[in-house]
Design a protein around this ligand. Structure first.
Ligand code: PLP
Length: 358
């Protein structure tokens, strides 16, 4: 397989612009020097715009899951209740992480089914320190009702911890307006940087809730904040990835978040229209507060065909799409269209898919 000729149409890692790759080959710098701090501040400022937040912004050398764990690990103590909303693999991950630190109140929906807000309210009304939800459930291609859950969290005085791993930088995510206390994103998704970093915004309320005696060590968000206030990270950062992130974020800024979100939504709508024309059903079951994902489309494999065979057929054509994860393996296939994926990449993917399915 010729990597230079392969088209990544999966939900991350996504194709990375040549100037991002070039930036990563720059000579190493002193991570405690002025040059690094200037880059750190630049990245932080751009990220705050993308997150639409005034909250503190941390950059962790570790993938999205590291920041998910930092969020839970710092706020949740062994007796604290966490309402963990699950309608896919990453909701399940939040639930599993929460179980390591506190008392999970699971709120499980079939993967790909919409979240029922009445049930969320019912659980929150019983009292909980936090509620976790994945905004864009990548495994099922569904967009969950973040503003509504933010309102409920506020009403019942719970922290809202949101996985925005495949929505922030691709969708119009309003962290402050929605009342998200901790929002997490991964570098290899919508901002189209290489994998290895994750970024999270943390509200004052969330910091105030970090009252447990022993915070995690490497993922201690208070330590991250103390360092961030001095334009630093507490431990040696992955410097080449920061170089790449800075360039990737500049690309996002040049396009503008509004235009980017519109492009993502249009791309996903084009994929859905093509699926409809081919008689392929979308996987998520929507209700009035959910939506199809704007960054990853999940489709049911047609009768008698495995999603994995569709994935292999596409791979033979040099296009990497995704199958279903865990219990969804074989049942669905997914096309990622996040990051800087161009309309022509989407068109080519649709055309080749039609040939694979013939
Ligand atoms: N959350 C969501 C919604 C994801 O899509 C992913 C990865 O695909 C993760 C969390 C985990 O992120 P990572 O693999 O960067 O740890």
């Amino acid at each position: 397989m010729d990597l230079e000729d392969t088209l990544l149409m999966m939900p991350g890692p996504v194709p990375v612009a040549p100037k991002v790759l070039r930036a990563m080959s720059k000579p190493m710098i002193n991570h405690r020097g002025k040059e690094f701090s200037a880059m750190f501040d630049d990245c932080t400022a751009m990220l705050k715009e993308i997150f639409q937040t005034q909250n503190d912004l941390m950059i962790v050398s570790g993938s999205g899951t590291a920041s998910m764990e930092a969020a839970i690990g710092c706020t949740i103590d062994k007796d604290d209740k966490v309402v963990a909303i699950e309608n896919g693999k990453f909701g399940e991950r939040f639930k599993d992480i929460a179980a390591r630190y506190g008392q999970v109140v699971p709120l499980e929906f079939e993967w790909g089914q919409s979240v029922d807000l009445d049930l969320v309210e019912e659980k929150l009304a019983e009292g909980a320190k936090a509620v976790t939800m994945v905004h864009n459930e990548t495994s099922a291609g569904i967009r969950n009702p973040a503003p509504e859950v933010g309102k409920l969290a506020k009403k019942y005085d719970a922290l809202f911890i949101m996985d925005g791993v495949t929505s922030i930088g691709g969708d119009d995510v309003k962290v402050d307006e929605w009342g998200v206390d901790i929002a997490v994103v991964g570098s290899q998704k919508c901002v189209a940087a290489p994998p290895g970093l994750s970024m999270l915004s943390v509200s004052e309320r969330a910091f105030d809730a970090m009252t447990k005696e022993n915070l995690p060590y490497y993922l201690d968000l208070k330590a991250y904040k103390k360092s961030a206030d001095k334009s630093q990270t507490p431990y040696t950062p992955a410097v080449p990835l920061f170089f790449g992130l800075q360039e990737a974020l500049k690309i996002v800024m040049d396009e503008g978040m509004e235009a980017r979100a519109k492009r993502q939504a249009t791309g996903a709508a084009a994929i859905r229209a093509a699926m409809d024309a081919m008689g392929i059903e979308m996987f998520p079951q929507l209700n009035e507060v959910s939506g199809y994902s704007n960054t990853v489309s999940a489709m049911k494999a047609p009768e008698g065909v495995s999603g994995n065979d569709i994935k292999s057929g596409m791979m033979d054509k040099g296009i990497i799409i995704a199958g279903g994860q865990n219990r969804l393996s074989g049942q669905i296939f997914r096309i990622g269209s996040m990051g800087n994926v161009a309309p022509k990449d989407i068109m080519l993917t649709i055309q080749e898919l039609e040939l694979v399915l013939k």
